[in-house]
Design a protein around this ligand. Structure first.
Ligand SMILES: *[C@@H]1O[C@H](CO)[C@@H](O)[C@H](O)[C@H]1NC(C)=O
Ligand SMILES: *[C@@H]1O[C@H](CO)[C@@H](O)[C@H](O)[C@H]1NC(C)=O
Ligand SMILES: *[C@@H]1O[C@H](CO)[C@@H](O)[C@H](O)[C@H]1NC(C)=O
Ligand SMILES: *[C@@H]1O[C@H](CO)[C@@H](O)[C@H](O)[C@H]1NC(C)=O
Ligand SMILES: *[C@@H]1O[C@H](CO)[C@@H](O)[C@H](O)[C@H]1NC(C)=O
Length: 747
């Protein structure tokens, strides 16, 4: 084995070595966690995460996060302290604290009771736990003792009596390491947590790119790749929610990494609130990544004896490019995140009333739309906004939010008998009856509502500053237990009043005039309590998250809701980009995607019904958003076939591995392949966007197949996996917006 200290770099400037003691960390491979009291190893199928205790300082120093390494590894040899950067600023640190010579961004900043922000966390002890404990009040990945093991490292700052526990869980099958931190004040006076990153990692590579997902309302999840430069670069959300502006996801990749080749690290924060992602390339050339709370919205007072727990951050590693990184995250999230029984099956094709009826609702037009839904083979009818409000009827977006009682003019006998009429409808060519779902936006209130009349103090506000309305509404303060209880009761009452088996939970604005910075996280804890209580109480309900489209597309929501409306932009061409972008971090099973009417409400574009259907069925939550009666006959006639195809591919979309073959930003022929986990079936989606006159048809080369095996293509020709991957298939698609779905069966 190699001795890293061999050449003790002898320049006159070297004052002392950071680790005169240890030249090698010992470990053993095979077990998911190996800890010998001075060094720690987390071993996945093809990832190693290693760190050790610096026994002169008690600091935790990172050794490796990447492809598998052997049990014994050479430790890093460090220049002595010459210049201004202290010893702690020259090393790779697991939990960088502040104020003692590491001038990079810290993972924690504590304002001590005396006012200074210096901390010194030192190793105290550690525990290894089979499985993974739940995270107090927060969503978290889960697994049995066979799936996951946890290492907890206890750190202590003896100068201020503050404890920090770092929890590392490893899912060896998924090459995923999940970290969270909790901080406990053991002192006698209040302290303030000014910043806290869930994950902080220093990677030794100097030439890296970072990839993030940026956007805005109706143009979510655009992939952004840029070079990591010296200094700090980052993004985040200060909207109060994870937001469509930036997703709480980061990839770091080698500058040469592509979609299918090269090293990629993916980081995904399991949190729905404001967040911060920072990447800092320091003077020594290391790249530090920090993901966690947004420091501008924390300032968390921690009284003696109390604990603040950070959200958790998932990290995965792949040598198979950005696609490999995505598939690792997808598998982890498909199998270890969502609690709902609908996570992996039974997503009925739905028809939502919004784009068909809007606010213009009455029992007869809703019933007629539901009847048409059943006739074309939809299995779930969803009544969107506009059904509620008594004193302030919700007939437009100006009033009624907060008053979760059926509008008595629209439903004189309440919801129950009306819903019964709908759930008695037989789905065409099926033994099933139509299911009924409903829309709610419980975290919001219109000032024109009975709720606001009675509880104006329940809306977020800051002193006497005016309460800024967005879409005529204010945000309820879910940090207040009475607000949480009100929402739990209001939504429970609706669900108990009729046979409702689906809920679309919307949330249509960000937070302004927040009572205090800490209210942001207190709100999240309250919101998760509400989500947890309701989804546990109504396990047979299929819940779909929504926030002006993809304004809260994050793993925190996915713990409770198996699907999220991906974007209010339903233009099928733009949806290819949005859904492929979203798939960087999230599995297709999580995406709500609908075939909507043309010309498209957002873009005015007209795209053929088959293309619209094919794009929508690449999402686990397939549906329609239109009034079939308003459609041209031919389009309407195509709907039963498209719904049937969506049901056929659904198991592959929900459970399969996704291969992004051609990206829409790079190719006029975007293509996606879903392969079942057992490799027996696959569904290939191919699109042709802009007409290409007098031009050869490209070969779409498949990936991820078994090269030796044979596959029957659409029940016809049989080719080997090698042929399909190395030569590929041609699709003679003509004109603009042409598409095809092809099924493959392994022979
Ligand atoms: C530090 O590590 C060295 C080498 O492993 C060992 O000899 C020494 O006893 C350690 N010191 C302490 C204080 O544990
Ligand atoms: C802090 O985290 C550790 C590790 O998960 C856990 O054992 C401990 O109970 C946590 N403390 C609190 C107060 O939640
Ligand atoms: C400590 O914090 C608690 C909770 O925020 C607060 O009620 C209390 O007044 C604070 N104590 C001091 C001495 O500031
Ligand atoms: C229901 O609304 C439709 C417009 O969507 C209208 O034509 C119809 O007359 C209304 N029916 C009743 C009973 O109000
Ligand atoms: C039901 O079956 C008939 C006959 O095969 C077919 O024409 C019709 O399109 C089917 N409808 C649905 C909704 O599948």
């Amino acid at each position: 084995m190699v001795h890293a200290l061999g050449g003790i770099v002898a320049t006159g400037l070297v004052a002392l070595l950071a680790h005169p003691q240890a030249v090698m960390a010992k470990g053993s491979t095979g077990k998911p966690i190996v800890a010998d009291g001075t060094s720690f190893a987390l071993n996945g199928n093809s990832v190693s995460y290693r760190f050790h205790i610096d026994n002169t300082t008690g600091d935790l120093l990172g050794d490796h996060f990447g492809g598998s390494v052997g049990a014994d590894i050479p430790l890093e040899s460090v220049h002595g302290t010459a210049g201004w950067v202290g010893a702690s600023g020259r090393v790779r640190r697991e939990f960088p604290d502040q104020g003692r010579g590491d001038f990079r961004l810290p993972a924690i900043r504590i304002r001590q009771s005396e006012g200074y922000t210096v901390s010194e966390f030192q190793y105290k002890s550690h525990d290894i736990i089979a499985g993974k404990p739940a995270l107090a009040g927060l969503p978290a990945t889960m697994g049995s003792e066979d799936d996951v093991s946890t290492l907890v490292v206890h750190l202590y700052d003896k100068y201020s009596d503050v404890a920090a526990d770092l929890s590392y869980s490893i899912f060896p099958e998924h090459d995923a390491i999940v970290r969270s931190v909790n901080v406990t004040n053991n002192g006698k006076a209040n302290i303030t947590i000014e910043s806290l990153a869930s994950l902080s990692v220093d990677l030794p590579l100097g030439d890296m790119d970072m990839i993030s997902l940026r956007g805005d309302w109706a143009r979510e999840a655009h992939r952004e790749r840029r070079k990591v430069e010296y200094g700090i670069q980052g993004f985040g959300s200060a909207t109060g929610y994870s937001s469509a502006l930036h997703n709480p996801f980061l990839a770091l990749v080698d500058s040469t990494t592509t979609e299918s080749h090269g090293e990629a690290w993916g980081f995904s924060l399991v949190y729905t609130g404001s967040f911060s992602v920072d990447v800092e390339k320091g003077s020594q050339g290391f790249t530090r990544a920090l993901l966690g709370f947004n420091p501008s919205q924390l300032s968390w007072t921690l009284p003696p004896g109390e604990t603040l727990t950070s959200p958790e951050c998932v990290s995965v590693y792949s040598q198979d490019g950005i696609g490999g990184m995505s598939r690792a995250l997808h598998r982890l999230y498909r199998n270890h995140l969502t609690k709902s029984k609908f996570a992996k099956s039974d997503r009925p094709p739905l028809l939502n009333s919004w784009e068909g009826l809007g606010f213009n609702l009455n029992e007869s037009n809703i019933y007629n739309l539901a009847k048409e839904s059943a006739e074309i083979g939809a299995k779930l009818f969803v009544l969107d906004d506009g059904w509620f409000g008594k004193e302030y009827p919700r007939t437009s977006d100006t009033e009624g939010l907060g008053d979760w009682v059926p509008n008595p003019d629209r439903f004189p006998d309440g919801l129950e008998p009306f819903v019964k009429k709908i759930t008695d409808l037989k789905v065409a060519n099926s033994s099933e009856k139509l299911r009924f779902g409903i829309w709610v936006e419980p975290e919001m209130v219109n000032p024109k509502s009975t709720l606001y009349d009675e509880h104006p103090d329940w809306a977020l506000h800051a002193g006497s500053y005016p309460r800024t309305e967005v879409r005529n509404q204010l945000v309820l303060n879910l940090a207040l237990p009475e607000v949480q209880d009100y929402i739990i009761k209001a939504v429970s009452d609706i669900l108990e009043s009729a046979d409702i088996t689906y809920v679309k939970w919307d949330n249509n604005r960000g937070m302004h005039e927040v009572t205090s910075p800490a209210t942001h996280h207190a709100y999240m804890l309250g919101m998760y309590r509400v989500f947890d209580t309701l989804t546990s109480k109504f396990p047979d309900v299929l819940w779909e998250g929504c926030a002006s489209g993809g304004g809260r597309f994050d793993p925190g929501v996915l713990q409770y809701f198996p699907q999220i409306w991906t974007s209010d932009d339903t233009d099928a061409v733009q949806r290819i980009s949005i859904q492929m972008g979203t798939s960087l971090a999230y599995p297709a099973s999580a995406m709500g995607a609908h075939l909507s009417a043309v010309p498209n409400q957002q873009t005015g574009r007209t795209v053929p019904v088959s293309f619209r259907g094919h794009v929508a069925m690449m999402g686990g939550g397939f549906g329609l958003e239109l009034d079939p009666a308003e459609m041209p006959e031919d389009d309407k006639a195509a709907l039963p076939g498209l719904i049937a195809l969506a049901e056929k591919v659904s198991p592959l979309v929900l459970n399969g591995d996704m291969w992004r073959l051609n990206l829409p930003e790079e190719s006029n022929w975007p293509a996606v392949l879903f392969i079942s986990e057992d490799g027996q079936q696959a569904a290939l989606f191919v699109y042709h966007v802009v007409p290409n006159i007098n031009f050869a048809y490209p070969r779409i080369r498949l990936q991820g197949l078994d090269a030796q095996a044979s596959y029957k293509v659409d029940g016809d020709a049989v080719y080997t996996g090698a042929t399909l991957m190395n030569l590929g298939l041609q699709f003679p698609l003509e004109g603009e917006f042409a598409s095809q779905v092809v099924m493959l069966e392994k022979q």
